[in-house]
Design a protein around this ligand. Structure first.
Ligand code: HH2
Length: 278
């Protein structure tokens, strides 16, 4: 993948991003891949399963998660990035901190995935001067308080306006529009109803020409519908939601279980061949 052409990358077919959380406290796999060897083994397994990109995160953003410093994030990420930089799939880094972005870019990541859409001071400039792609996500509030009582007058209009505004901030600094993906941020300061409305309205979001990323893997909205309190029991439900997202124009899926998602994308692409509109 050319680091700055996400649009071309997803035109061939939708893409599967495998989640690799190098954290002790992520909501579904916290601690499992915190040790470097475990993280590398998981990356290899995802590559064998056909993943298109590995999204590495070193700070949990689950509701109420503790913040970590940039130094701690880099301590967790650095050794894994060093080892994976020459692997056969592109990498992205899930971070909001400009210091972490800068180092991850130096270590070869192709995309910055920021749940704060480059709003921390300095983040936009680092991304704009780097030549890598970005995924801009919508979050209402901060992880510490975002699920308190999120309120919107019109969730679809507000999320869309926010994402287009952040995309414009990027293009104003010279980033090519083709290097920008947008993501409504399922579960980030949203009730179940907000998530449902955003999923149903994905075609409106996709219409603006930026590849849309959907990240519902193992999230509470899936648990509520499948009566699965444990995130690890939510993969089939997540897959159903992600296929709905594909039908509604999403072109990047951020998932924990890679193989079923790759199979679903292959089936979806094969059955819709010639009908894709992106
Ligand atoms: N969700 C999570 C983290 N990063 N990035 C994007 N673009 N979209 C998402 O929906 C998204 C994201 C939360 O999931 P996870 O990484 O599994 O958990 P944690 O934040 O607890 O590490």
């Amino acid at each position: 993948m050319a680091a700055s052409d996400l649009r071309g990358w997803v035109r061939a077919r939708p893409r599967v991003l495998g989640i690799l959380n190098v954290t002790p406290d992520s909501f579904s796999d916290g601690g499992r891949f915190f040790a470097r060897d475990a993280a590398l083994a998981q990356a290899e397994a995802m590559i064998a399963d056909g993943v298109d990109m590995i999204d590495l995160g070193a700070e949990s953003t689950r509701p109420g998660a503790a913040q970590v410093s940039a130094a701690e994030e880099l301590d967790r990420l650095g050794p894994v990035l060093e080892r994976l930089r020459h692997s056969s799939v592109p990498l992205s880094v899930d971070t909001s901190k400009p210091e972490v972005m800068r180092e991850a870019i130096r270590l070869g990541v192709s995309m910055i995935n920021d749940v704060r859409a480059l709003r921390l001071p300095g983040a936009l400039a680092v991304a704009a001067n780097s030549g890598v792609s970005v995924c801009l996500m919508h979050m209402h509030g901060e992880p510490a308080d975002m699920q308190g009582a999120p309120h919107y007058d019109d969730v679809v209009a507000e999320v869309t306006a926010f994402l287009l505004d952040r995309a414009r901030a990027c293009t104003d600094l010279g980033m090519p529009a083709s290097s920008i993906a947008i993501d409504p941020g399922f579960g980030f300061g949203k009730t179940f109803l907000h998530n449902r409305m955003l999923l149903q309205a994905l075609p409106q979001l996709a219409r603006h020409g930026f590849p849309v990323l959907a990240g519902m893997s193992r999230k509470r909205m899936i648990g509520e519908l499948t009566a699965a309190p444990s995130p690890r029991d939510r993969d089939a439900g997540s897959l159903a939601a992600h296929v709905m997202a594909l039908d509604r124009g999403a072109r990047m899926l951020r998932v924990h279980a890679v193989k079923p998602a790759v199979d679903a994308v292959n089936v979806w692409t094969g059955l819709f061949e010639g009908e894709m509109d992106t």
